[in-house]
Write a protein that binds this ligand. Structure first.
Ligand code: COA
Length: 371
């Protein structure tokens, strides 16, 4: 029996997964047995270990994975001079898509080795693109952790520890999220027995759209346009009167506030309290409050609340990242989750091939009889 198509596959289960659980009613995100709040207290490398090996690392294992990612960043950086055209794209996600597609992974590499190469490459290529768009030379990787090295490769200087902790929290928070559109894209490609690079390239394309990972830049544009908390009401009202979507609000699965919004809001609070960065938390909160109330009045059945992108925008801005780098930074964290899904899909070994309902014309009976 064919399924209705207008639902965007909402509520359709397409895979069994051990990787993450998104409970939209309770507002809960569980990643391989840890709540997102627990995962976000550690480093990105710790979260990668959990995703790729299925267990939290010992101190020795964490050190080993950290070193392997460092070495892979060095290998990826060697490719940067050859990526001229790919990295000259004006959009960071276009640059990532084009540059990652030029990777060739060693055929003998196991799934963790492939995940390491891809995760390192996205980090290095995103930061090299950010430098290039500002007319700056790429900064070579160093012996830092992944988050610290990313900030260093973007800014050219070591970031304060509070910034590194905040970015680690962010990368862990976005590492995986159920059957989101980019993960689904990666799994569809893998299910055809294609390769990991192709799967990640497809996922990058899906993440780019503003209904998925492309929202945080526009969130910041909105905060700029609002300007001050007391102007939030008139701005949001005008947007809704023009039938525009408020970026960073609403979610396909959550019917309460996205749990990742709490984690990122907390990370921003700590960052502001450390005195090492000045974010726009109070303006963001004012806009969120007004948007939530207005959307509730407009869609009483739907509960459109802040999603991860809302606080991504203000957190990454506080870390000095340019807004055009927000979605590539999302990819820098999510690529680790895509790689875990690629492996899980490969084990499942089943082609994903849904059906469509044809609503176009059928051949006329005369042309059938003459053919
Ligand atoms: N602002 C204003 N209206 C919104 C809205 C928003 N952020 N999100 C949903 N709506 C409205 C839609 O316009 C639609 O109204 P209609 O029935 O009058 O046409 C209704 O709510 C249902 O929207 P729909 O697109 O069917 O819901 P969805 O579950 O497919 O969409 C999102 C989920 C995330 C794509 C959607 O909430 C959205 O576009 N949010 C803004 C973009 C964003 O923040 N993306 C990042 C997601 S993590």
């Amino acid at each position: 029996m064919t399924q209705r198509t207008s639902t965007g596959l909402s509520g359709v289960v397409v895979a069994d997964t051990e990787l993450s659980l998104v409970d939209g009613a309770a507002g809960e995100l569980v990643i391989r047995g840890l709540s997102v709040e627990q995962l976000a207290t550690g480093s990105f490398e710790r979260a990668c270990h959990l995703m790729w090996f299925g267990a939290l690392p010992s101190a020795a294992e964490l050190g080993e994975l950290t070193s392997r990612l460092q070495a892979a960043r060095v290998r990826a950086a060697r490719l940067v001079p050859e990526l001229g055209l790919a990295l000259s794209a004006s959009d960071g996600m276009d640059a990532l898509r084009a540059s990652v597609s030029q990777l060739t992974l060693p055929s003998e590499a196991d799934h963790v080795a492939r995940a390491i190469e891809l995760t390192a490459a996205v980090c290095v290529f995103a930061s090299a693109w950010a430098r290039r768009t500002r007319g700056l030379a790429p900064v070579p990787p160093s012996a830092l952790g992944h988050a610290a090295d990313y900030l260093r490769m973007v800014h050219g200087d070591d970031a304060p520890p509070s910034w590194v902790r905040a970015l680690d929290s962010y990368l862990c928070t976005v590492i995986d999220h159920g059957m989101n559109a980019s993960t689904f894209a990666a799994r569809v490609v893998t299910s055809t027995e294609s390769d990991d690079v192709s799967a990640v390239v497809a996922a990058i394309g899906a993440l780019k759209g503003r209904l998925h990972g492309g929202a945080p830049g526009p969130v910041l544009d909105m905060l700029d346009a609002v300007g001050a908390p007391e102007l939030a009401e008139s701005y949001v009202d005008a947007m809704l009167a023009r039938h525009e979507r408020i970026m960073g609000m609403g979610h396909r699965v959550y019917r309460v506030r996205d749990p990742r919004a709490f984690v990122l809001e907390g990370a921003l609070e700590r960052l502001e309290a450390s005195g090492t960065a000045q974010g726009r938390l109070s303006l963001a909160r004012a806009v969120e409050q007004v948007a939530e109330a207005r959307l509730l009045a407009k869609y009483p059945e739907r509960a459109l609340r802040a999603n991860v992108e809302f606080f991504t925008a203000v957190l990454l801005e506080a870390l000095g990242l340019p807004r055009e780098l927000f979605t590539p930074t999302f990819a820098t964290g999510r690529v680790a989750g895509w790689c875990a899904h690629v492996q899980e899909q490969r084990r499942a070994g089943k082609l994903i091939r849904p059906e469509s309902r044809y609503v176009g014309p059928r051949p006329a009976s005369e042309s059938l009889s003459t053919s």
